[in-house]
Design a protein around this ligand. Structure first.
Ligand code: ADP
Length: 305
């Protein structure tokens, strides 16, 4: 049985309204369709890994509202260990009202709610279980102090950590994430992190080398339709994307991280994990939605056959 993956991160409930147009200020109009989805980068990555059969534990916080029930049910359905999902009395859960226009363009509000209350003390409360994990996965939708604390915890206890630097966070302190084992930015996050332009694979390599020089062991830059670039102290490799016809690319980055974590923990083989991650992320963009687009292990195996 491969080791357990812990995701220390966010959960959100997506409140998706399909509009014919956005209302003007002071105007009330009808929208034809509404849908509730489960999201949050942490939860998305946990669900992707769990759908692929990984043993996943989520360290997160929900509010004491109906959205929390929805999130907990979703975790249970995915088989995710929720013993470290805490409820914060008097706080709302994280929600994301999303407005989709007929052109497909999205306008998104993020209300972090209880996610903003995930503190270093919550990580400490999960410490004994985290120490038994094979990998700890982090993103930037929870307080940065919690992210820094968890990376330091992993380094202290010899547990590999993977930091996905999404969403882009201008306040992220590079000096406090250098102990992360794997850093996974997309192009714009890498540009923000290093102050360098990142529009080509060559530029991505140059910027990733800055991070390697700072002490990060492994940088994986996701390059959208160009695939992913692996940069370590001793190698640079471009893993080509798989050609698909995109239907909905939301959540592709999270599919990539969740599947990468799952295959890395199983095989310990970075190359194989990356090859599977570009395939899984590509498969996910052939279907609409975020978590709804993540294949199970069986369905994914069929796409590989
Ligand atoms: P994010 O959504 O976080 O910005 P990317 O756009 O870099 O992340 O996508 C993450 C991964 O998903 C990429 O590394 C790639 O493997 C896959 N991917 C994204 N867009 C496409 C695409 N149009 N065709 C094939 N694969 C894609």
């Amino acid at each position: 049985m491969p080791g357990k993956i812990a995701v220390v991160g966010s959960n959100m409930v997506d409140l998706i309204t399909y509009v014919t147009r956005m209302p003007d200020k002071g105007e009330t109009i009808e929208a034809p369709t509404f849908r509730i989805g489960c999201g949050g980068k942490g939860a998305n990555q946990a669900v992707a890994a769990a759908r692929l059969g990984a043993d996943v534990m989520m360290v997160t916080k929900v509010g004491d509202d109906i959205f929390a029930d929805n999130t907990l049910r979703n975790f249970a359905d995915a088989g995710i260990d929720t013993r470290h999902v805490a409820t914060v009395p008097g706080m709302p859960s994280g929600v994301a009202p999303i407005f989709v226009e007929p052109s497909g363009e999205n306008s998104i509000l993020i209300i972090k709610g209880a996610n903003a209350d995930l503190k270093p003390a919550d990580v400490n409360r999960a410490a004994e279980d985290l120490k038994r994990c094979a990998l700890i996965v982090l993103q930037l939708e929870v307080p940065l102090e919690t992210v820094y604390h968890t990376i330091a915890f992993g380094a202290r206890h010899g547990i590999p950590t993977l930091l996905n630097t999404a969403p882009a966070q201008p306040d992220l302190a590079l000096d406090r994430i250098t102990e992360a084992t794997y850093l996974v930015p997309n192009e714009s996050e890498l540009a923000l992190l290093t102050g360098l332009p990142v529009t080509t694979a060559d530029e991505a390599e140059a910027a990733a080398r800055v991070l390697i020089a700072k002490g990060i062991q492994t940088v994986i830059v996701t390059l959208g339709a160009k695939g992913a670039l692996l940069v370590t102290g001793s190698e640079v490799r471009l893993i080509d994307a798989v050609a698909v016809t995109p239907v909905d690319t939301t959540g592709a980055g999270d599919a990539f991280i969740g599947s990468f974590a799952r295959y890395l923990v199983e095989s310990g083989d970075l190359d194989q994990a990356l090859r599977m991650a570009v395939r899984y992320a590509a498969d996910s963009i052939t279907r609409p939605g975020t978590q709804t687009s993540y294949a199970t292990a069986e369905a994914f195996a069929d796409t590989l056959a």
